[in-house]
Write a protein that binds this ligand. Structure first.
Ligand SMILES: [Zn+2]
Length: 273
């Protein structure tokens, strides 16, 4: 695992998402999980090298399947936002068919795993904020929404480290079907106001405030331009085709990025209208 501060370690190589471990006197607190059992076993081995204590809690940054599947191999003491409950319940009942539908290749490769995997629901939920006092270490969890309805921030103030889930990414943001851009922009503004040395995104390497600011400017510019097109009585279809965001795009334009931008513009249109 990569040490990002005195008490915080992360692993960025697992299939699924980044996984964090915060060492506390009550035991390690794990943030998100690997998708595959082999990676979960590896995570348990890595944690054992850091501490002999049992996992105190597992926190889901949000409800998406690529962040929660490994819980069965870790602990049932799961903390998540209240809005994660119904989605996790749905996943529990429909995991195999969901993965088969959205990621057929992945499903075929790991069919035996996804057919039997038990998705662990949260035991502790909260609505706005909750602070976990684990010995002398404090973890501040707060709801922000944005990327998904149950997206939260997890802040370790002693270490000035923030876990952002999929609200922050290096490159193009992960826009999901229920992303809400007003919330997302507010989340990014809130992060910009925090005292942070290291930011752990949901996927990829540790990033910094530059990535947060770049994403916020991208979303704000897009929203302003969508708003102007709505005011100019342009139709949604025209707007999706017409809008140009190349000057604020966090990545070079490609056919896939163009498609993502068009999806985002359509969603923003609906949100503003
Ligand atoms: Zn996600």
């Amino acid at each position: 695992m990569q040490q990002v501060s005195e008490h915080v370690f992360i692993e960025t190589k697992y299939l699924g998402c980044n996984v964090g471990v915060v060492l506390t006197e009550q035991g390690p607190v794990v943030i998100d999980t690997p998708a595959l059992p082999d990676d979960t076993r590896d995570l348990r081995d890595q944690i054992r090298k850091l501490t002999s204590r049992r996992i105190a809690y597992l926190i889901y940054t949000h409800e998406h399947f690529d962040h929660v599947l490994g819980a069965a191999g870790l602990t049932k003491k799961v903390i998540a936002h209240y809005a994660a409950v119904s989605d996790i319940e749905y996943l529990r009942k429909n995991l195999a068919s969901e993965i088969k539908h959205f990621y057929p290749g992945l499903y075929l490769e790991y069919k035996d795993i996804f057919d039997t995997l038990d998705v662990v629901p949260p035991q502790i939920t909260f609505v706005n904020e909750i602070t976990l006092y684990a010995g002398s270490r404090k973890l501040e969890l707060s709801w922000v929404g944005g990327h998904s309805p149950a997206s939260i921030l997890i802040y370790v103030p002693d270490d000035r480290v923030l876990f952002c889930g999929d609200n922050v990414d290096v490159g193009m943001p992960f826009i999901a079907p229920y992303s809400r851009f007003g919330e997302w922009i507010n989340a990014l503004k809130r992060i910009e106001g925090m005292e942070i040395d290291r930011i752990v995104p949901g996927h990829g390497e540790v990033c910094g405030m530059d990535d947060v600011i770049r994403t916020r400017i991208f979303f704000e510019t897009a929203r302003d331009r969508v708003q102007s097109l709505i005011s100019a009585d342009v139709t949604k279809q025209e707007a999706v085709q017409k809008i140009d965001l190349t000057d604020v795009l966090p990545v070079p334009l490609s056919p896939i990025v163009r498609q993502q931008v068009q999806t985002m513009v359509g969603m923003m249109w609906k949100e503003i209208d």
